[in-house]
Design a protein around this ligand. Structure first.
Ligand code: SF4
Length: 464
């Protein structure tokens, strides 16, 4: 199966992508030539460095890395110092390719960061989770090039699915279980790989750490915003992986990739937010700027939607795919997300104004009711589409449509099943019946995860 190959780009001299203008992949010799040798740090020095450069997790949540390290140190202190390090390279979001790009083109940088952390913590192993075969081959080759010395490093291919990047799902996948969330919150810093306190962070986070450890905090802070120093990786338009200092205008990033903002720009991937043209013109690449517009950079996906495609059709495609990505453990996710996708289909097929109300009702009924963030993120994606494209939703609901075909510009995995056609509009009697059913459902949609709550009343079972 041919997977999308990232196309690399940069604003200003790159750090993470350094040397890749000359070669396709930096092997061990090339890596050491470009980046130099790696220093060693104690745990307190690691924490101080991460604090000094305000290193945040680059997988979406943006949690401070120093706090993660401290939590593992404390937890390991209660377990005779035993702990592990996990690199999360399970990039299940189809609009993101940045971790894939790092592991394909410069795997030693990521391994350096993980080994640096592992040695500082006295960890027993470093495990790397990926979901692409070509990425696994690149990482396995890098591990072989480094030889057997030091902390053992391994790479595992886990399930290629949207929720496989959640922390618990990553640990499950490496352990040989289905890569799905646990259904209840367990902090990996308390219990992760083999039940050990585990420092789990995103691929880019470890690569940034490797760069910062070599440079030192002060030089690292010399680019980007003073409040968010350094560079960040973005995936633009689903195929360009761009390294840019923070603070650069969003429009400049799009322009360098030969893209225009079009109707709107989705920032933060399929759990992200659509920015309207006015916000796009003012926004810069930073947490603070995105926050002003109610958005988050998340894992760095930036997706403009061109003028010639139907935004409702694009939303419906992604909503159907997200619904199919449920891990099947929590009713509001397993049942609610397909119902939400179905409701969007009704709008698309001219279901009347009430079909839009239906979409909003389903959004509200899935929120805060999953054991992980998948239902909330999907509901947020639909809400932001309703807010960004109200005229298109109304035009479709009233039957005329927006006059544009759905071109499928928002990326989905190459092997994803073609999304099902939306169902035909319901007749009024059927709609009444469905509303009745909706009321009945909402009466028992009170639990979180069936597994977590141990709820005997639920009739659905985990599919995995
Ligand atoms: S909310 Fe959905 S994806 Fe998350 S654990 Fe429950 S069923 Fe799985």
């Amino acid at each position: 199966m041919i997977k999308t190959k990232p196309r690399l780009a940069c604003v200003d001299p790159p750090r993470l992508l350094a040397g890749l203008d000359e070669v396709y992949r930096l092997d061990r010799v090339g890596h050491l030539t470009v980046h130099g040798t790696m220093p060693a740090l104690r745990a307190d020095e690691l924490v101080a460095l991460a604090e000094n450069i305000d290193l945040r997790g680059r997988g979406g949540a943006g949690f401070p890395f120093a706090k993660k390290v401290q939590a593992v140190v404390e937890s390991a202190g209660r377990r005779e110092g035993r702990c592990a390090v996990v690199v999360n390279g399970s990039e299940g979001e189809p609009s993101c390719l940045k971790d894939t790009a790092l592991l394909l083109h410069t795997p030693h940088l990521v391994i350096d960061g993980a080994v640096l952390a592992a040695e500082a913590l006295g960890a027993e192993e470093v495990a790397i989770a990926v979901h692409r075969q070509d990425v696994q081959e690149s990482v396995a080759a890098a591990i072989a090039e480094r030889g057997p010395s030091g902390v053992p490093v391994s790479v595992t291919v886990t399930d290629d699915r949207f929720v496989a990047g959640e922390g618990g799902a990553v640990i499950n996948g490496i352990s040989g279980a289905p890569a799905i969330p646990n259904g209840r919150k367990i902090r990996t810093s308390d219990s992760g790989l083999s039940g050990l306190p585990t420092l789990l962070s995103n691929t880019e986070t470890f690569a940034q750490l490797a760069v910062a450890a070599r440079m030192g905090a002060l030089p690292y802070r010399s680019v980007g915003l003073p409040t968010e120093p350094g560079t960040t990786l973005l995936t633009v338009g689903g195929k360009y992986v761009m390294e840019t200092p923070t603070g650069v205008p969003l429009t400049y990033v799009l322009e360098l990739c030969g893209l225009t903002p079009g109707q709107a720009v989705l920032v933060g991937g399929y759990h992200g937010k659509w920015l309207d043209p006015k916000s796009i013109n003012a926004a810069t690449i930073s947490r603070e700027s995105m926050k002003k517009y109610g958005a988050r950079l998340g894992a760095g996906a930036v997706l403009p939607i061109p003028e010639n495609t139907c935004p409702l059709g694009e939303t419906a495609r992604i909503a159907r795919w997200l619904a199919a990505e449920t891990a099947g453990q929590c009713g509001p996710c397993f049942i609610g997300l397909p119902a939400l996708a179905d409701a969007i289909g009704q709008v698309e097929r001219g279901g009347g104004q009430s079909s839009i109300d239906n979409v909003r009702a389903y959004v509200n009924s899935v929120k805060r009711r999953g054991a992980c963030s998948h239902p909330d993120g999907t509901a947020g994606f639909v809400t932001t589409a309703l807010d960004a494209f109200p005229e298109e939703f109304e035009a479709h609901a009233l039957g005329a449509g927006c006059g544009r075909p759905t071109l499928g510009v928002l990326p989905l995995p190459e092997d994803a099943l073609p999304p099902a056609l939306p169902p035909a509009p319901l007749n009024p009697a059927a709609r009444d019946e469905r509303r009745q059913r909706g009321r009945w459902r909402s009466s028992w949609w009170t639990g979180r995860c069936a597994r977590a709550m141990g709820c005997a009343r639920t009739s659905f079972r985990p599919r995995c």
